[in-house]
Design a binder for this molecule. Structure first.
Ligand code: HEC
Ligand code: HEC
Ligand code: HEC
Ligand code: HEC
Ligand code: HEC
Ligand code: HEC
Ligand code: HEC
Ligand code: HEC
Length: 454
C-alpha cells in the first residue's frame, strides 16, 4: 500500500480582518484523492506588507530570495517568522519599527516552523541533527571532557597560554565546529546575539530554549524543497577527511548518474510523490530522508541507519542513536525500488563484513593501549604521543572512511583512503607498542605527522 500523501495546499485567499493578528487559519483534512492537506486561508496583512515594502529597499537580496519560494506564494511573510512576543528573550526592534508595539528577532528556530510544520520538526528534534549535534561540541562530560578540551585547551592554544574563554581562545570553535554542529546562542542586554554565538549550525540552542536551524538544508529565504533533495545540501558539512560523504557519493555509481543525468531530473515534486522516474539514481535525501515506495518522508536521519559508523567501535544502533534492526529494514526498502533482492542483500552484507573487519582492528588496538597503560607507557597528553595520535586516526579518519565508503558504495574511500590506511596505521601502532614494551620507555618525539594520514 502506498503511504499517505501529505500535500500542503493553499485553498484560497481570505483577507484576515485588520488588527495585528496574522495567525494562520489552518485546518488539516483529507481531500477526495485521499491526500492530506494543510489548508491555509489568508492574505498578506497591512502590517506584514510594511516589512516587505521597506525591506525590498533596505535588504533587496532577502526579499528577492523570499519571493521565489513557495511560502511567499502562500502568503507566509517576514511577519510570520520574525515577529515575536515582547516578552521573548529574543525580542528586539529593527530600525523600521523602533518605538512601535511590534517586536522581532533575527533568530528563527525550528519552533517557529513547528506552528505550520509540526511533524517535520518533531522528527528533526528526535534526530542526531538536533541536541546530539550540539552536545558533541558543548557537553563538558562527553568523552570525559576531551571534545571540549580539544577546542579550548589544544586548538584554542590554552596549553601555550592563550587565555581560556577569551574570544581568541574560542575562535577555532566559533569558526569551525559550531558552524556545522550548532551553538548555544548568547544574547546581550538588547536581546541581540553576542560573542559570535549566532548564526550557527544545525543543532543550535536558542535563548528561548528551542533547538534547530532548518536553513542548513533549506537555504533562506527560498526554503526550496528541491534544494534539500540535492546532494549539495548535505555537502557543506558531510565532507573532508573524517566523514567524506559527498566525496564517497560523487565517486559512487549513484553519484556518477546524478552528475551525468541530474540536470534532467524533476526535483520539485510534492512531498511523498517524489519517486523513481523523477530521478534515476538516489541522492543523499532519497536514501536517508525522502518518501520512496512504501516509505514516507522523515526528518529523522537516524531512522534508516543500522550501524554506528561514526564512533570508535561500530555497534548496532540503539537508544537515542536509533534502532539498528528497524533502520536496516527501512534502508533496504529504499534500495528495492530500483534493485533486486539479491543485489540489496549482497551490498548490505558487504557493509556488515566491512564493519566486522574494522572492529577487529579496533579491538586489537584497544588491547595494545591497555597493555601500554598498565606499564605506564602512555603520555598524559595524547596529542604528543605517537601511539595515541595514530589510534585517533585509526577510527576517526581512516576507519570512518573505510566504513562509510563501504556503506555508500565508494570503493576508493573504502579501500585507498580506508582499509589500506587502516592497516598501515595499525602496523605503525604495533611497532610503537613493541618498541616501548622492549625498552620500557616512551620515545621522546612523536613520530606522527601532525596532519595524519590524508
Ligand atoms: C518561513 C520563515 C521565514 C520567512 C517568511 C522570512 N524569514 Fe527571515 N529568516 C528565517 C530564518 C529561519 C532565518 C535564519 C535564522 C537563524 O539562523 O537563527 C532568517 C534570517 C533572517 C535575517 C537575519 C540573517 C541575515 O542575513 O541578516 C534577516 C535580516 C531576515 N531573515 C529578514 C527577513 C525578511 C525581511 C523577510 C521577509 C521578506 C523574512 N526574513 C522572511 C525565516 C524566515
Ligand atoms: C521602514 C523600514 C523597515 C520596516 C517597516 C521594517 N524593517 Fe526590518 N529592518 C530595516 C532596516 C533598515 C534593518 C537593518 C538595520 C537594523 O537591524 O535595525 C532592518 C533589520 C531587520 C532584521 C534584522 C535585525 C538584526 O538584528 O539583524 C529583521 C529580522 C527585520 N528587520 C524584520 C522586520 C520585520 C519582520 C518587519 C515587519 C514587522 C520589519 N523588519 C519592518 C528596515 C525596516
Ligand atoms: C505560517 C505558516 C508557516 C510557517 C511559520 C512556516 N511555513 Fe513552511 N510552508 C507553509 C506553507 C503553507 C507551505 C506550502 C507552500 C506550497 O506548497 O505552496 C510551506 C512550505 C514549506 C516548504 C516546502 C517548500 C517547497 O519548495 O516545496 C519548506 C521546505 C518549508 N515550508 C520550510 C519551513 C521552515 C524551515 C519554516 C521555519 C523557518 C517554515 N517553513 C515556517 C507554511 C508555513
Ligand atoms: C564541516 C562541518 C564540521 C565541523 C567543522 C566539525 N564537525 Fe563534527 N561532525 C560533522 C559531521 C557531518 C558529523 C557526522 C559524521 C557521521 O555521522 O559520520 C560529525 C560528527 C562529530 C562527532 C561524533 C558525533 C557525536 O555526537 O558523538 C563529534 C564528537 C564531533 N563531530 C565533534 C566535533 C568537534 C569537537 C569539532 C571541532 C573541533 C567538529 N566536530 C567540527 C561535521 C563537522
Ligand atoms: C538534513 C537536511 C534537512 C534539514 C535540517 C531540514 N530539512 Fe526539511 N526537507 C529536507 C529534504 C531532503 C526534504 C524533501 C523530502 C522529500 O523528498 O520529499 C525536506 C522537506 C521539507 C518540507 C516539505 C514537506 C515534507 O515533509 O517533505 C518541509 C515543510 C520541511 N522540509 C520543513 C523543515 C523544517 C521545519 C526543518 C527544521 C526542523 C527542516 N525541514 C530541516 C531536508 C532537511
Ligand atoms: C549544517 C551541517 C549539516 C548539514 C547541512 C547536514 N548535516 Fe548531517 N550531520 C551534521 C552533524 C554535525 C552530524 C553529527 C550529529 C551527531 O553529533 O550525532 C550529522 C549527522 C548525520 C547523520 C548521522 C546521524 C547519527 O546519529 O550518527 C546522517 C545520516 C546525516 N547527518 C545525514 C545528512 C543528510 C542526508 C544531509 C542532507 C540532506 C545532512 N546530513 C546535512 C551536520 C549536518
Ligand atoms: C544508496 C543510498 C545512499 C545514498 C545515496 C547516501 N547514503 Fe549515506 N548511508 C547509506 C547507508 C546504507 C549507510 C549505512 C547505514 C547503516 O548504518 O547500516 C549510510 C551511512 C551514512 C552516514 C553514517 C551514519 C553513521 O553511522 O554515522 C552518513 C553521515 C551518511 N550516510 C550521509 C550521507 C550523505 C551526506 C550522502 C550524500 C552525499 C549520503 N549519505 C548518500 C545509504 C546512502
Ligand atoms: C532510484 C533508484 C535507485 C535506488 C533507490 C538505489 N539505487 Fe543503487 N543503483 C541505481 C542505478 C541506476 C545503478 C547503476 C546500475 C548500472 O551500473 O547500470 C545503481 C548502482 C548501484 C551499485 C553499484 C553496483 C552496480 O550494480 O553496478 C550499488 C552497490 C548500489 N546501487 C547499491 C544500492 C543500495 C545499497 C541502495 C539502497 C541503500 C540503492 N543502491 C538504492 C539505482 C538506485
Amino acid at each position: 500500500m502506498k503511504k499517505k500523501f501529505s500535500k500542503i495546499q493553499i485553498a484560497g485567499f481570505v483577507l484576515l480582518a485588520g488588527g495585528l493578528s496574522v495567525s494562520v487559519a489552518q485546518a488539516e483534512g483529507v481531500n477526495l484523492l485521499g491526500t492530506k492537506e494543510i489548508v491555509v486561508k489568508r492574505a498578506i496583512t497591512e502590517d506584514a506588507s510594511k516589512c516587505i515594502e521597506c525591506h525590498a529597499k533596505k535588504t533587496p537580496g532577502i526579499v528577492e530570495g523570499w519571493k521565489e519560494g513557495k511560502m511567499a506564494h502562500a502568503a507566509v511573510t517576514c511577519y510570520d517568522c520574525h515577529v515575536v512576543d515582547k516578552s521573548s528573550p529574543m525580542a528586539s526592534q529593527c530600525e523600521g519599527i523602533r518605538g512601535s508595539k511590534t517586536f522581532i528577532s533575527p533568530m528563527v528556530s525550528s519552533k517557529t516552523c513547528s506552528r505550520c510544520h509540526p511533524e517535520e520538526v518533531e522528527q528533526f528534534l528526535k534526530s542526531g541533527h538536533a541536541d546530539l549535534s550540539r552536545a558533541a561540541i558543548y557537553d563538558k562530560n562527553k568523552a570525559g571532557g576531551k571534545l571540549v578540551a580539544l577546542q579550548i585547551e589544544h586548538e584554542g592554544g590554552a596549553f601555550m597560554g592563550v587565555k581560556e574563554g577569551s574570544a581568541t581562545n574560542l575562535a577555532s570553535r566559533r569558526s569551525g565546529c559550531q558552524m556545522c554542529h550548532g551553538s548555544e546562542v548568547e544574547v546581550g542586554p538588547d536581546n541581540k546575539p553576542i560573542n559570535s554565538s549566532w548564526p550557527a549550525g544545525v543543532g543550535t540552542l536558542y535563548p528561548d530554549g528551542s533547538v534547530g536551524t532548518c536553513t542548513v538544508c533549506h537555504t533562506r529565504h527560498g526554503f526550496h524543497v528541491a534544494e534539500a533533495r540535492k546532494p549539495e545540501a548535505c555537502a557543506s558539512c558531510h565532507l573532508g577527511p573524517d566523514h567524506p560523504d559527498i566525496e564517497i557519493y560523487i565517486e559512487s555509481k549513484h553519484g556518477q548518474i546524478f552528475l551525468t543525468q541530474g540536470e534532467e531530473w524533476k526535483w520539485d515534486s510534492a512531498p511523498d510523490t517524489w519517486e523513481p522516474g523523477d530521478y534515476t539514481a538516489p541522492t543523499c535525501a532519497v536514501c536517508h530522508m525522502s518518501g520512496i515506495g512504501e516509505l514516507t518522508t522523515t526528518h529523522n536521519i537516524n531512522e534508516r541507519l543500522k550501524w554506528d559508523l561514526v564512533h570508535k567501535r561500530s555497534e548496532l544502533r540503539s537508544g537515542v542513536r536509533g534502532d539498528g534492526e528497524k533502520g536496516d529494514a527501512l534502508m533496504r526498502k529504499v534500495c528495492i525500488n530500483c534493485h533486486g533482492k539479491t543485489h540489496t542483500e549482497m551490498t548490505m552484507k558487504t557493509l556488515d563484513d566491512a564493519v566486522a573487519l574494522y572492529n577487529e582492528y579496533w579491538d586489537r588496538a584497544v588491547i595494545m593501549k591497555k597493555e601500554l597503560a598498565e606499564k605506564g607507557l602512555l603520555k598524559q597528553d595524547a596529542w604528543r604521543d605517537g601511539f595515541q595520535e595514530l589510534m585517533y586516526f585509526l577510527w576517526h579518519h581512516t576507519g570512518r572512511r573505510a566504513r562509510q565508503g563501504a556503506a555508500m558504495n565508494g570503493p576508493d574511500y573504502a579501500h585507498w583512503h580506508g582499509f589500506f590506511q587502516v592497516f598501515q596505521v595499525f602496523k605503525d601502532m604495533q611497532d610503537i607498542h613493541e618498541w616501548r614494551t622492549k625498552n620500557n620507555k616512551i620515545e621522546e618525539l612523536s613520530t606522527v605527522m601532525s596532519t595524519g594520514p590524508v
